[in-house]
Write a protein that binds this ligand. Sequence first.
Ligand code: SF4
Ligand code: MG
Length: 336
Amino acid sequence: TPPFLSLHDLHVHFPTDDGVVKAVDGLTLELPRRRTLGIVGESGSGKSVTSLAVLGLHDPRSTRITGEIRLDGQELTKAPESTLEKLRGAKMAMVFQDSLTALSPYYTVGRQIAEPFRKHTGASRHDARLRAIEMLEKVGIPHPARRVDDYPHQFSGGMRQRAMIAMALVCDPELLIADEPTTALDVTVQAQILDLLKDLQQQTGSAIVLITHDLGVVANTVDDLLVMYAGRAVEYGPVRDVLTAPRHPYTWGLLSSMPRLTSDVTRPLTPIPGAPPSLLAPPPGCPFHPRCAYTSHVDGDRCRTERPELPKGRGAACHLGTARARALFAGAGAST
Ligand code: SF4
Ligand code: MG
């Protein structure tokens, strides 16, 4: 059976007066049902642009999308807006970082949860309201029957984030994309929200894409991890394996900036100097080469001239190759 969600050679380009911004530049990935995929990378790596493309939320006048996005067999990049509109909310839904922009200040929380339910199921106002109360209860809002008529400003930040999750999940979507869903929250509430997403996934069997710049968030939450850099996937695999035996110098850099993850294996990896490249004119060869401390371990000029591809399955888009990357990573640990 084909994977539930698959992206094949996805390009999301924004033509501008200065040239074409290649925000996503050839991304291929697969996600089965009941699994959570984490996508990590710095801002501008293409994480959010990818999720907006899946949901069909880019303005077609300013965006050029090529390649394939398939959800449950259905191709989405060429689907008409009316089809996408039906899918959004019902089959796929999104949780954003900032609940204040996602929730309208002018309507009660309950109404904002009930509306998409009414729209997609044709339920009565009364039933939709009951459903909203049920959803508030599910996401852990105390006294949901009393809070359902509150406005967003009457909720705390953590409660608003839960309300937004309730809104996203009200139609039992099969795909949930959560873009930095906990970034604005304190650590305790973060953990609660992530647990909540896992619980809801257990109940509904949905597939989840969790987008974050924080490796600490993914460690205990996702099954598989995709590392993105400059619009490209640079490493992919089961999360444990990527975090304990990473194979791409960029992933090493990300990990070295995460002391609480690496404290058990203390590796003096080189932190990442410099900044991500311009997406207007990405460097030739490996897009990471201007920042990479390991180019001398690759034969000849390949890092500067030849673009490394991400292999299918566990792997890294790097000319070092698995064996050399393993040795370098282990060597960095041993030299302490
Ligand atoms: Fe570094 Fe070369 Fe690997 Fe790119 S291909 S990450 S420049 S070693
Ligand atoms: Mg983002």
